[in-house]
Design a protein around this ligand. Structure first.
Ligand SMILES: NC(=O)C1=CN([C@@H]2O[C@H](COP(=O)(O)OP(=O)(O)OC[C@H]3O[C@@H](n4cnc5c(N)ncnc54)[C@H](O)[C@@H]3O)[C@@H](O)[C@H]2O)C=CC1
Ligand SMILES: O=C(O)[C@H]1O[C@H](OP(=O)(O)OP(=O)(O)OC[C@H]2O[C@@H](n3ccc(=O)[nH]c3=O)[C@H](O)[C@@H]2O)[C@H](O)[C@@H](O)[C@@H]1O
Length: 431
């Protein structure tokens, strides 16, 4: 099939490279000229394992990029993979989606066949109430007659985007007419044949909600294991043994049960906040979701109070190990490193931080959060009166003699990654 994808960020570029790999002819449409140039040059505009080689393989052949929306006219279907950030009150900001939908409407063919597929995460009702009218108005078109609409949420994770897309747990098709489902079936057929992934056919609003339910469930699951871990800590119970055991119950499941400093990233915080705002907008008080956020917000201060138990850090150097929101990425959006460093500053500490890849992105994202960047974990630890582990990078698990260089060898581990050893005072956040 000929497919266009509006928006070439994490989702749009991954989708494009993977659909090309599955045999489709793909064109990426983006307003960012450097992104378009990178794809046409065969380079990945973002770093994801497996992405660069796929783009290199298909660029100039089954994959191309352009800033010109008119390219969608040569295709059978168009994905909208545009950002849906949060407004100040946490609610879903659909202005970029609306702008993209308008630009699309201006060029969309009115043959009745073209399928527009919302890939972005949008609050239930948005595809019908915001995206569709924007296309209709801009192009003087009518949905169902001139074009068709569907919603196909994405569940990939950053750092494993290609692998997740190519081996999904499920594929969700939200639509209102049989022809839309058939087009989606044809698009995903090679992937379904290869992986046997279950396909869920559902309505537009249900597809939109499945995405929020998925992320909210996982974020709240992590908050629940963090709450249980906090209780374990008070009673001297190994929270990780508890998690491993309860995870053996199929009804609970073993994944997303790692307790610690909590969840960050570009999606969990934004999506949970948007669902809370949407619920409140409908006069429903989502107590459990809000409690999950509160537990998450509390973890950094709990980490620092464990450090307080052993050392007064005022005027002293403290090592912060890890800045990214999770290992395997330089993404720092929603990272727990910010409240941790701010809390250390409130205590008067001098922060020396190390991250294998995320120092630069952290400086850009949080220019007001001050710290000295170390070249290695060993450098950050040398002379430090305490260390806190923020991100579970593998290399922190291998640290050993480096702790001997600390002035006060207290390690507070927010991710259960450092080995307990003689010569250091070790405090796990939840064990
Ligand atoms: N990043 C992730 O891991 C996941 C993100 N999502 C959702 O997917 C959606 C997209 O997210 P990302 O790919 O992370 O966003 P992103 O910020 O990485 O990329 C968005 C792209 O859209 C382009 N763009 C902005 N306005 C445009 C316009 N009017 N016309 C054409 N291009 C335009 C930007 O230049 C950028 O390249 C969001 O709703 C997000 O919540 C869903 C699953 C996973
Ligand atoms: O909507 C999205 O953008 C994506 O959001 C998450 O993916 P991602 O944000 O890339 O990262 P995760 O691997 O889910 O981790 C999120 C956060 O939870 C934390 N986490 C995760 C698992 C766990 O057991 N414990 C834990 O603290 C991680 O450290 C991280 O800060 C979801 O897992 C994806 O399915 C979804 O598509």
């Amino acid at each position: 099939m000929n497919v266009s994808i509006v928006g070439s960020g994490y989702v749009g570029t991954t989708l494009a490279a993977c659909l090309a790999d599955l045999g489709h002819d793909v064109v990426n449409v983006d307003i960012d000229e450097s992104t378009v140039a990178a794809i046409n040059d065969g380079d990945a505009p973002i770093h994801e394992p497996g992405l660069a080689e796929r783009i290199e393989r298909h660029a100039g052949d089954r994959l191309r990029a352009t800033t010109d929306y008119a390219a969608v006219r040569e295709t059978d279907a168009t994905f909208l993979a545009l950002p849906t950030p949060a407004n100040d009150d946490g609610s879903n900001d659909l202005s970029i989606m609306e702008a993209g939908a308008r630009s699309l409407g201006e060029v969309l063919p009115s043959d009745g066949d073209h399928l527009v597929i919302v890939k972005s995460t949008v609050i239930p009702g948005s595809t019908e109430a915001v995206v569709t009218p924007a296309i209709e108005e801009a192009g003087d078109l009518a949905v169902g007659e001139d074009f068709r609409i569907a919603m196909n949420p994405e569940f990939l994770r950053m750092g494993t985007a290609v692998a997740d897309f190519m081996d999904p747990d499920k594929i969700v098709f939200g639509a209102t007419d049989e022809r839309a489902y058939e087009t989606l079936d044809r698009l995903y057929e090679p992937l379904v044949e290869e992986t046997g992934a279950p396909v869920v056919r559902t309505g537009l609003r249900e597809a939109e909600m499945i995405k929020y339910a998925n992320n909210s469930f996982l974020a709240t699951k992590v908050s629940l294991i963090n709450e249980l871990g906090n209780i374990c800590k008070e009673y001297g119970v190994d929270a990780y043994e508890v998690a491993d055991a309860i995870g053996l119950d199929d009804r609970i499941g073993e994944r997303f049960l790692r307790s610690g400093l909590g969840w960050g990233g570009s999606c969990f915080p934004k999506d949970v906040a948007a669902l809370i705002a949407a619920a409140e907008d409908a006069d429903y008080d989502p107590e459990l979701l809000k409690a999950g956020v509160n537990v998450n917000d509390r973890q950094p201060e709990r980490l620092l109070s464990l450090l307080d138990d052993h050392v007064d850090v005022a005027g002293k150097q403290v090592a912060v190990l890890g800045l990214s929101f999770k290992p395997g990425t330089d993404d720092v959006r929603g990272t727990r490193a910010i409240p941790v460093i701010e809390g250390l500053h409130e205590r008067g500490a001098d922060v020396v931080a190390y991250d294998p890849v995320a120092v630069e992105s952290f400086r850009e994202y949080a220019p007001d959060v001050d710290f000295v960047a170390a070249d290695s974990a060993a450098d950050a630890l040398t002379g430090a009166h305490g260390a806190v582990v923020v991100t579970d990078w593998d290399e922190f698990a291998a640290l050993d003699d480096e702790f001997d260089e600390m002035a006060t060898p207290v390690v507070v581990d927010g991710r259960h990654v450092v080995e307990r050893r003689d010569g250091i005072t070790y405090e796990g956040l939840t064990w």
